[in-house]
Write a protein that binds this ligand. Sequence first.
Ligand SMILES: [Zn+2]
Length: 377
Amino acid sequence: MKVFTSKLCTTLHTPEFEFHGGAQSQHYECPERREAILKYLESHSDSFEVTEHVEDFGYEPIKRVHKQGFLNYLETAYDEWILEGGHPNGVMPSTIPHYRLARLGGQTPTNSLTNAGEYCFDMSAVITKDTFKAAWNAAQVTLTATKDLVRVADQYEKGLAAGTIVSREAPPGLYALVRPPGHHAQSDLCGGYCFLNNVGIAAQWLIDRPELRHKDGRPKKVAIIDIDFHHGNGTQELFYKTSNPLYASLHGRDAYPHFTGAATERGEGEGLGFSINVPLPRSTSDDEYVEALEKLIQEHIIPYDADYIIISLGVDTFKDDPIAGFLVTSEAYPRIGNAIRKIGLPTLFVQEGGYCVEKLGLNVGGILQGFLGKVAA
Ligand SMILES: [Zn+2]
């Protein structure tokens, strides 16, 4: 499996701390996460080929899902924050415009010390000096992998048509090893360690490509499956009113981000029925998780008849994750990868959460190995 990544995913975004449960703590979404995954992949070179080739797709694909004012804010927030006396660790909102906060005069804050809340919904998306560059880089790495997905999918379809590939049992897969992650980032809100929605940008890019359209003019269909422990409020918001892509998520019930991810959130208008939310209790075991994923695939993903699958790959479902977790063990991850493989479609995995650094390589590797039809080790 080809793996797309960049050293910049380690070096550019390095906040020193965040607040967790009211206390100052280490920043769990740390550079060591990428290093741990990379170490696993490089020690399993029979399965993985790592490339640091990154193409620049420019601003356009990012602007297709994020609003310009938000992008301007991300790009300039840190410098303004420092000029105005903010702490050098990075931008954190001190006031968030709660929906019951009366903004009777329609006021919009005018400086970064106060307007962080305008574009951020919590205190975990700390904007440092190079955060925008880091998020930009993660999006470009993901797009580079997405472009390659088109290539391998094309080969796969041609092989099936010519009979050189005899079944859909071993679909092609690629992996974008990126940070910061993206699935909590909405069109104009950062939060939950996320700034730009990598998966959303990739899905929209696939749908937008005129040369990828079917012969009858229909755009390609994308199904996003979000297996991070947390609900991908950002991805859901981006696509809540459209039928393409489909967004389906398995996540912790009553868990962060707390206000989204109910089973009753099903989309709106043309999008009604194309947001699928499956909240699961914290006590969810390996068998229960794999069964829930297989049920989601059978009931929603297969009938959707997508051309591409994109996986928001989080392994904070792990039982020992320091900030999340079901009762899921490392043994479950190859089974999860295998369930995704059985869909039989070209698949792009994009890294989201997972904070047990010690087991991160094994757990992410487990999913990817399972997709390749192997057992992790
Ligand atoms: Zn998560």
